[in-house]
Design a protein around this ligand. Structure first.
Ligand code: ADP
Ligand code: MG
Length: 730
């Protein structure tokens, strides 16, 4: 019996956990966060007011006030049982990072007290010289500093034997350059705020104080039994299967999507829900996705900054809680070939401080003009900067999805739906030189319908779709930190809002405002028309059509990332103070490097799996065939066994077939090793190119032969859990 088969037996005996009596969510939501309300109970009124002013107007607090908040945070955390604290941040590698420190401070021989000062709250200095900085930090000043991000509440992470206070922070170099993904997001929200307020002022909303982006990321993931996971080096090393013959039943029956959730999975989901609610993560829906054992969690949207922190936390929770159920949560974009991969839809909108969604058509003709103006700004942003959107989702895992007929293509376009398209066309054609309020109503803009999801969400193939009151950027990978895509969306839209505001201002000076807006919109809708596409994004015709329109279609990660280094894009980000040139170049280098490391890990894992597991299984079977053949031939010769030559010929052919497969696998794996050797002499860019053009196809080629072998080798000899087993959880 193979190890794999032994495991199969074990899995049958997985116990379902006893059903607990769940508590009312409202009774414990956010109990592990140091929310504004909690803080208020711990500090003086003056300090609380100062803190709120800091949040709303950016007026920083004094060190004395920071000390007060730090000691309040400490008191609260200790009352909840926390013994350690950590500055929690989002390094450029996409995971989250923490360095834990104890609250204790020595006050005499053998005597300690719990202490936590304002200085320690505001700035930590982790020994973080090993985080990639893309050349921003020279090793002699390799320190990075973490600085408190007060806009995201501190929270407590529980583990079995203790609790840790986590303080959301940004991570910066000595000279203030962003070494993380969070700071650019915060800066981009500031840029968006300024630009959007400018537009709103022009439309007469003088009292709006702040505009910010809102996000709701829909998180997809797979679950598999941990017993299987432990036997798959590829899953352990690279998060995806590098070999594995497709299961006869995959997703073709479409019987999983929104299907009944298995009890074992449901228990897992309940526990994730409970943990998430304690941390104030407002998850809302959970359901089965298209592929077998693929699922999704979606939250209620929040301010982007918070949504980004919460998504990072949710991903960590998914992994942690899965283990408690002897499951493993796979966040990789393409864990299994032949079935859908996992993405993350980034629902994005912008809201003012009164809670008005700027992408929601309003009640009055003027509101609707404003809505259409914001829409025009979004269209223009995507039209001009689709290269940056593509770059923001460029990573090795996502390369397997984009353009693979399950995720949006690598061509970025916008979907608006019939109704809106008609309105846009009408404005484009019917721009009148003079538009009175009456005429706005004649144009059909007086009372726009609510564009609810049913009307706008019919096209699931679009990478950037308007879905009612928000845009849905659908090209993100499941494992991705959403901060960078948000920062890019915010920045390009800020730039576009500024442009549109300026154009309307110029057009309307001394003229009728509404007419001027309509005229500008008419021009914008025409100029950006090529970015709109309502049809099937997966079709070959679209690829041709997009080419004709001159829209970029970049399949590779290394070419996509190059957008971060062009003069225009550097200029754009510098103008909006989101990234400096150095910060952009650093990101480009780090992300290309990570791509290369990912592929090297995959290739080395594949090579080891082939040599240590696949080939020996092949030899085992080859031996069986050879022995059988040899036995029959000997019996025929020595004992005169009456056996037809055709039968012997068939046995020989079978043996030859299996031997040939093993030969191909070995030969190509030899090539793989040579290719990796060759890559050692290349710089990162050239290396990425080689990996994309040669290494990946070669790995696919090896896989094809390995999978063919898997289909013929006896079940007894095959140690790697098979797709049909992993994907159909008991
Ligand atoms: P879907 O069909 O994609 O599941 P839903 O209507 O369920 O669509 O919403 C998906 C996500 O969109 C949710 O996470 C939701 O919170 C988010 N969302 C809704 N409104 C906004 C908004 N104004 N800004 C950002 N995200 C939003
Ligand atoms: Mg969805």
């Amino acid at each position: 019996m193979s190890i794999r088969q032994e495991v199969l037996f074990k899995i049958k005996s997985v116990d379902l956990e006893k059903v607990k009596n769940p508590k009312k969510v409202s009774s414990y939501f956010g109990e592990n966060t140091f929310s504004l309300e909690t803080m208020q109970g711990y500090i003086s009124k003056a300090t609380f007011e100062a803190f709120k002013k800091w949040m709303s107007e950016g007026k920083t607090i004094t060190l004395a006030q920071a000390n007060e908040i730090a000691s309040a945070m400490k008191a609260w955390a200790i009352s909840k049982g926390a013994t350690y604290y950590t500055h929690w941040f989002q390094p450029l590698t996409g995971l989250t990072a923490e360095k834990h420190d104890s609250f204790i401070s020595i006050v005499g021989p053998g005597k300690v007290i719990e202490k936590f000062s304002g200085n320690k709250l505001i700035q930590g200095e982790p020994d973080a010289s090993s985080f990639p900085s893309g050349g921003i930090r020279a090793t002699f000043e390799a320190r990075g500093y973490t600085a408190w991000d007060p806009s995201s509440p501190a929270f407590i992470i529980e583990s079995k034997l203790g609790k840790t206070l986590c303080i959301p922070t940004i991570f910066i170099s000595y000279h203030g350059e962003a070494l993380d993904k969070k700071l650019p997001l915060l800066r981009s929200d500031e840029a968006l705020n300024k630009a959007a307020c400018g537009l709103l002022k022009l439309f007469g909303h003088k009292d709006v104080k702040k505009v910010y982006s809102t996000c709701g990321p829909e998180q997809e993931y797979f679950l598999i039994d941990k017993n299987y996971y432990d036997l798959r080096q590829d899953l352990i090393m690279s998060g995806r299967t590098l070999v594995g013959a497709p299961s006869p039943k995959g997703q073709q029956l479409e019987d999983q999507y929104f299907g009944t959730i298995k009890e074992r999975v449901l228990n897992f989901m309940f526990e994730v829900g409970e943990e998430a609610y304690k941390l104030g993560i407002p998850i809302m829906t959970r359901h089965n996705e298209v592929a077998p054992h693929q699922y999704e969690f979606a939250p209620i949207f929040e301010e982007s900054n918070l949504a980004a922190d919460h998504n990072q936390l949710l991903m960590e929770l998914l992994k942690k809680v899965a283990l408690r159920h002897n499951l493993v949560c796979l966040l990789h974009e393409k864990p299994f070939a032949g079935v859908n991969g996992s993405g993350k839809h980034l629902n994005w909108s912008l809201s003012d401080n009164k809670g008005n969604n700027l992408l929601n058509p309003g009640q009055t003709p003027e509101d609707n003009l404003q809505f259409l103006t914001v829409l025009a700004a979004v269209l223009r942003a995507v039209y001009l900067h689709s290269d940056l959107l593509r770059a923001s989702v460029a990573l090795a895992g996502n390369e397997h999805r984009l353009g693979a007929n399950e995720a949006p293509p690598a061509i970025i376009s916008v979907y608006l739906g019939n109704q809106l398209t008609e309105i846009l066309n009408m404005i484009e054609k019917g721009a009148k030189s003079k538009v009175s309020k009456r005429n706005i109503i004649d144009l059909g803009l007086g009372r726009l319908p609510k564009f609810n999801k049913d009307m706008t969400d019919r096209n699931r193939t679009s990478p950037f779709a308007f879905t009612g009151v928000k845009f849905e950027f659908r090209a993100l990978g499941a494992s991705q930190n959403i901060s960078t895509p948000i920062a890019v969306v915010n920045t390009i839209i800020a730039e576009s809002l500024d442009y549109v505001t300026e154009r309307i201002r110029r057009e309307s000076t001394g003229k009728d405002f509404n007419s001027a807006v309509i005229k500008v919109l008419s021009g914008l809708f025409r100029e950006t028309k090529d970015i709109r596409f309502e049809g099937n994004n997966y079709s070959d015709e679209w690829e041709k059509e997009a080419k004709r329109r001159g829209l970029p279609n970049i399949a590779s990660t290394y070419e996509s990332l190059a957008a971060l280094t062009t003069k225009e894009n550097i200029g754009l980000f510098e103008k909006y103070k989101v990234f400096s040139k150095e910060e952009l170049i650093a990101r480009y280098h780090i992300w290309i490097h990570m791509y290369n490391l990912t592929l090297e890990i995959e290739a080395n894992t594949l090579s080891e799996m082939v040599n240590a597991s696949v080939v020996p299984a092949g030899y085992e079977f080859e031996k069986l065939l050879a022995r059988t053949l040899h036995g029959l031939m000997t019996l025929k010769k020595t004992a005169g066994l009456d056996i037809d030559d055709a039968v012997l010929k068939d046995k020989k052919a079978h043996l030859a077939e299996v031997s040939a497969k093993i030969y191909y696998v070995r030969r190509n794996t030899g090539e793989l090793v040579k290719l990796l050797e060759k890559a050692k002499n290349l710089n990162d860019h050239k290396r990425a190119e080689l990996y994309f053009k040669e290494l990946k196809p070669l790995m696919e080629h090896i896989r094809k032969h390995v999978d063919a072998l898997e289909r013929v080798v006896s079940d007894d000899a095959w140690d790697l859990p098979k797709y049909r087993e992993m994907l159909f959880l008991k």
